[in-house]
Design a protein around this ligand. Structure first.
Ligand SMILES: [Zn+2]
Length: 190
């Protein structure tokens, strides 16, 4: 589960004097506030706007579930959308969506929203140790492998691979991939 922290830090106590020149800066994390507001749109209106503003989480989920409802000819519920209701609807439609020709567009949107939530929650994957060298019927897997933030195993996220690497294995693999990469760097530098 991802937890988004709205405040930059604990609020100052009442009556505490501000340092001279302390501006009226928001004590909140504006990007998180924007992402959690249904009214937020990702339109860029003026020169001061961010090029890639965060998208409203609920609005994006609602937009996706509405697209699927239209395709399935299902009426929009009368109750207000919530993250729980929209995620529930999307989860219930996974199997049906996987047979539709436009499934890749939905997957891209969900992946982008998931990446945004991870960024805002400070849950960034570390540097990849390399790409998965497992041989599949279609060739080498090549999915980036990241050192896990918890636990000792790395699971390859390629659905066609899914290989689990235990710590001694992935440490050897990281070493091997670094050594394998060296001649290329040497050639490039020469
Ligand atoms: Zn793999």
């Amino acid at each position: 589960m991802t937890v988004l922290r709205i405040m930059l830090g604990p609020l100052r106590g009442r009556g505490e004097r501000r340092a001279p020149g302390f501006g009226s800066r928001s004590p909140g994390r504006d990007n998180v506030i924007v992402a959690m507001d249904y009214r937020s749109t990702s339109d860029v209106c003026g020169p001061d706007d961010e090029d890639n503003p965060p998208r409203s989480i609920l609005r994006t989920l609602h937009h996706l579930s509405r697209r699927i409802r239209v395709e399935q000819d299902v009426r929009e519920p009368l109750s207000e959308p919530t993250i729980v209701s929209e995620v529930g609807y999307l989860l219930g439609g996974v199997e049906w969506c996987s047979h539709q020709p436009w499934v890749a567009a939905i997957v891209d949107d969900i992946r982008e929203l998931h990446a945004q939530c991870r960024r805002l929650a400070g849950d960034q994957p570390g540097r990849p140790i390399g790409r998965c060298p497992t041989l599949l019927p279609t060739g080498e897997c090549r999915m980036p492998l990241y050192v896990p933030s918890v636990g000792d195993s790395i699971i390859c996220h390629n659905p066609r691979c899914g290989r689990t690497w235990r710590r001694p294995e992935w440490e050897r693999l990281a070493l091997l991939l670094t050594t394998r990469a060296t001649p290329t760097h040497v050639r490039r530098a020469a």
